[in-house]
Design a protein around this ligand. Structure first.
Ligand code: M6R
Length: 606
């Protein structure tokens, strides 16, 4: 996730953009830059680092021109550096582009453009956009707008993109597909931005672009164009009722709630992995004699889910290990045939890095899944995949967890293909399910928030909660336990449901709340047996199960119905009710859900 903003009007654009950028910094903060047009020239200042550091070095306010675009970056392709910072320029330095999103076919386009003698200065996917426009406009002589629209036809992936040109000082061209973009409509000036926080101080009137739309934005108006037909779209501005703080959180009271709601977008981005890296990771995994999946906290739970997925999809056994336990307990078994797949949102968790350092010294192959380009994990991994979730500000991992599980699923699927372990029809069935996951999660979010708030109201004064699931759902139970415990401060227990009769059942008495995670999988029948055992002892049964599972519905005191999903992918939608439960318990108990006590977003001590 990055932030883009543009301004056109009578004020000097650079200071306006600088201020607007600071409002977008929550969308990414590893590098930033501004481009303006003045007197037939494009001016650019950009660098790696946070905006204020860059401003101290370069004075971002001191640039001429009443039109400009700016960017604050959360790296996806190419680490944080001056060259990779946006805006990007074409070879003739007459066109500048900023972009938020992921261009999936950038490698093919880059090759094609390089053969046409375009010179690339960065490692980003974005740079292909500006060279494509250059190709059609500067070299082939198409009008700028037509060149822009033609370039967009060549691009696959997600984008909110803005472009300025020294040949068109009175307009900003923008377009969107699967990344947010709004026009801030003022009197004699207009903004474009990834979100309204950037301009809400200056105007409260906004037009939201839809997927597949472009726009020409001038100081005195805007024209929206439907990309598929190139026809005009009429849309009037709406008036925003938010203040700046509400706008930063998109109207949600907390970042945690915003991030829970962002999961469909984060999952779409997690499906846009770069194939070459996924293939490389898969090949290296395939060579491992022992494969460890390593993580801490929520990332460990993703590993736990991953171990079931690798086993059931690819028929490959892996060891999920809590990072802090690795060196002393498994370290001696590590050698050159060992592969460690480390999962870490931040890529900086000390327990993970400590384990990896040990493994590195013993010549193991280190692989990574992370959300943070340029993190230590990316530097020490032989190969890594970026989950593309954008910054997560709430201390509790929400959108990054479901994205990690989706990345692990794709790796398991790729490994299954490589080893010939899945029949074609199974492969097709899975792929279809993967593509549907963001939509399923959208349905779950819209459906479960209210009932889970009501569950939270019922349970707010309980002393302890129990979470049970079987198979891959035991990882969902563990993650539910962690989430609810860290935000509500209520002690929680989770177990594999089959283990409940081997001890935990002794704590059950009348009204004791027991959550069951019961997707319609091979374990369902046995789960029902466990529900009956708990019920017989007076437990309050709260089941998260398929919406058509009438048997479980009958047995439950509270039933949360879920839409149909492939059972192996259930960890993604089935964890969402518990994220809401954790959030609302925190609110009801007066805790700050964004900053739970005693915790840090990234734990960089052993
Ligand atoms: O950055 P990482 O994924 O390595 O972080 C690991 C844990 O510290 C993290 O998941 C932590 O457990 C979260 N607070 C859970 O919500």
């Amino acid at each position: 996730m990055c932030g883009i903003v543009g301004y056109i009007g009578s004020e000097n654009a650079a200071p306006v953009l600088h201020r607007a950028l600071t409002r977008l910094e929550y969308r990414g903060y590893d590098s930033a830059g501004i481009a303006t047009v003045f007197n037939g020239r494009v001016f650019v200042k950009k660098d790696s680092g946070r905006i204020e550091e860059i401003h101290k070095r370069l004075n971002l306010d001191d640039m001429p021109g009443g039109v400009g675009i700016a960017h604050t970056r959360w790296a996806t392709h190419g680490g944080p550096s001056q060259a990779n910072a946006h805006p990007h320029l074409d070879c003739s330095n007459s066109i500048a582009v900023v972009h938020n999103g992921v261009i999936e076919n950038f490698l093919q386009l880059r090759k094609e453009l390089t053969e046409l003698n375009h010179v690339f200065k960065s490692k980003t996917d974005t740079e292909v956009i500006v060279h494509l426009v250059e190709e059609y406009h500067v070299r082939q002589g198409k009008p700028l707008l037509e060149a822009f629209l033609t370039a967009l036809e060549r691009i696959q992936g997600s984008y909110a993109v803005a472009l300025i040109s020294s040949n068109a000082a009175r307009e900003i061209l923008v377009a969107r597909n699967d990344a947010p973009l709004a026009i801030g409509v003022g009197d004699g000036f207009n903004f474009i931005s990834s979100d309204v926080t950037a301009f809400i101080e200056k105007t409260k009137r906004a037009v939201f672009l839809q997927n597949g739309e472009a726009a020409v934005v001038r100081a005195d108006g805007y024209d929206i164009i439907k990309l598929a037909t190139r026809g005009a779209v009429a849309r009037k501005p709406v008036t925003l009722l938010w203040d700046i703080e509400m706008a930063e959180k998109h109207g949600y009271p907390h970042f945690t709630l915003k991030e829970i709601h962002e999961q469909p977008e984060a999952l779409r981005n997690a499906l846009r992995l770069q194939n070459i890296y996924v293939d490389l990771l898969t090949e290296l995994l395939d060579r491992g004699r022992d494969i460890f999946l390593l993580g801490a906290g929520t990332s460990y739970h993703a590993c736990l889910a991953g171990s079931y997925l690798f086993s059931k999809i690819a028929r490959v056994a892996t060891y999920p290990v809590v990072a802090s336990e690795f060196v002393e307990n498994y370290g001696a078994s590590v050698n050159a045939d060992t592969v460690i797949l480390a999962v870490s949102q931040s890529g900086e968790t000390a327990d993970v890095l400590n384990a990896l350092e040990h493994a590195r010294l013993r010549a193991a192959t280190i692989l990574g899944i992370t959300n943070t380009v340029g993190s230590t994990l990316t530097r020490i991994s032989r190969a890594y995949v970026l989950q593309n979730s954008g910054p997560e500000i709430g201390v509790a991992a929400t959108k990054t967890y479901t994205a990690q599980v989706l990345v692990l699923t794709q790796l398991a699927l790729r490994l299954a293909k490589l080893r010939g372990k899945l029949a074609q029809f199974e492969m097709d069935e899975f792929k279809e399910t993967l593509v549907n996951i963001p939509g399923i999660v959208e349905v779950v979010i819209s459906r479960v928030e209210k009932p889970m708030r009501e569950v939270a109201e019922k349970l707010v004064d309980k002393d302890v909660l129990l979470f049970l699931g079987r198979g891959v759902s035991s990882s969902t139970a563990a993650e539910a336990r962690l989430k609810v415990m860290e935000l509500s401060y209520i002690p929680c227990i989770s177990y594999s449901a089959g283990e409940s009769k081997h001890g935990p059942i002794s704590i059950i008495d009348k009204g004791f709340p027991v959550f069951f995670i019961v997707p319609p999988d091979d374990d369902r029948k046995q789960n029902i047996g466990n529900i009956m055992e708990m019920k017989a002892r007076g437990a309050m049964i709260i089941a998260v199960a398929d919406e058509n599972d009438d048997e479980v519905r009958e047995l439950s005191d509270i039933f949360i119905g879920m839409p149909a999903v492939h059972p192996l992918l259930s960890p993604i939608p089935y964890v969402i009710p518990f994220q809401f439960l954790a959030y609302y318990l925190a609110i009801l108990r007066g805790n700050d859900p964004d900053k739970p006590r005693n915790l840090a977003k990234s734990v960089t001590v052993l």
